[in-house]
Ligand binder design. Sequence first.
Ligand SMILES: *Cc1c(COP(=O)(O)O)cnc(C)c1O
Length: 457
Amino acid sequence: MELPFAESWKIKMVEPIRKSTREEREQWIREAHYNVFQLRSEQVYIDCITDSGTGAMSDRQWAAMMLGDESYAGAKSFFHLKEVIGRLTGFEYVIPTHQGRAAENVLFSHLVKEGDVVPGNSHFDTTKGHIESRKAQALDCTIDEAKDTQLELPFKGNVDPAKLEKALAEHAERVPFIIVTITNNTAGGQPVSMQNLREVRAIADRYGKRVVLDSARFAENAYFIKTREEGYADKSIKEIVAEIFSLADAMTMSAKKDGIVNMGGFIATRHEDWYEGAKRFCIPFEGYLTYGGMNGRDMEALAVGLDENTEFDNLDTRIRQVQYLAARLDEFGIPYQRPAGGHAIFVDASKILTKVPKEEFPAQTLTIELYLEAGIRGCEIGYILADRDPVTRENRFGGLDLLRLCVPRRVYTNNHMDVIAVALKNVFDRREEITRGVRIAWEAELMRHFTVKLERL
Ligand SMILES: *Cc1c(COP(=O)(O)O)cnc(C)c1O
């Protein structure tokens, strides 16, 4: 008999979590203005709000923390991190930052001007924020198929080469760079194929443009290339990672994802001019160049995390857990963005809460219902997150309206996945009774989802 699959690690330390009653949760979510970001973590049983900074570090990462060099300038830990990044990506220049959006802030301060157009696949919300706040446009050139949640495609995060070509033909002078997000978070943690990265490179070269990879989940993307793309089955994750970055000029990185650290990020590039430009913004915004917002110990833990998470077994354990949750949802007929993404399941709220009008935010309503059901915290990736159009100030209802259930790395067991699946089934079973959603009582101008105050209708 073939042996079943099991995790490629064992557990050395545990953190107790606590269940609550429905009455408690009703009070807590009301006090949080129906915004799950406003809940306290003790009010949550299983936390799927994000996979960002919520992973469990390994014993080797914890051990590395003791080696942190906290020197202000020239810290050994910086050079260790730089060596690992250089070895994995081929990028010579590295600027540490306190997280991914800080990397965007520093690099974009140098590169993005008013009136610019930054094409790519779907821009992550902070990426879009950093482009739009500079009065430039983030142009989403993702393949149309990504919008059909029920279509099974191996690389649903891809850039549509025709759309990209058109964007460059129309706006050539106003394009400072192309940005490709791997995996495509907004489209459901969907990967981008190596073939597609090659096509983007070819188009960029034709127009003399550089390519930035928003690389938060580059290792998960490499796993999908290995397991789904022809010609890569026998390559190691590290070989695939090297090939991915050989097709790019620079990366911005949220190390809180595939770096498996709780805080951190960086910019890396092969171009000295971009490094020199970005440097000028690192010092005032983040800190001196050899720490840029990170502790020495955190740079050590990140160096180990990057090495560990570019090994197949670690990624296999992680992605199979997400696929396990997806298989449970399949049993119950719950629709989600197919196939399952690398870090999360994106439940298609518009196909579940069909009686809740879009103006009442179905995905946010589903998020609230799942919390009330079992204390599980997901988050809306939908019409609230989409913010208003910067020109017309209308809500943007053009995209998908999803409930995202992120799976933190190396944190929960498949028993927790079972609880999530059954809780969602219970909400799904009473979906016809849910006819009203929420209205916005207060919102910020940009990235409103973090602080929005809602009222239940
Ligand atoms: C998380 C994320 C960011 C921003 O990184 P932070 O570390 O949260 O600031 C940028 N891009 C993508 C694709 C992300 O997932």
